[in-house]
Design a protein around this ligand. Sequence first.
Ligand SMILES: [Zn+2]
Length: 86
Amino acid sequence: MRLRQKQPRVKLEPKEYTLIRKRVLERDGWRCRDCGSVNKLQVHHLKPRSGLGSDTMTNLITLCALCLMPSNQTTLDAFAAGTSEV
Ligand SMILES: [Zn+2]
């Protein structure tokens, strides 16, 4: 164990990610954080993995497929900026 090793981001194993994904869904009440839909829910990275986003509760949000469409990306930006925190 190298405890002092710098960790710029958290990237979980698939098994762990499945668990945290469920915790995010439970935290958000199994509803889309934007429109409140309970259909086609997905756990979305506010900060994408490609942009060093971490697999952490704070970087993950429950959204439905509709709200994840590219035309709704401004909503995600607002979430990412913390301006829509409920
Ligand atoms: Zn939605």
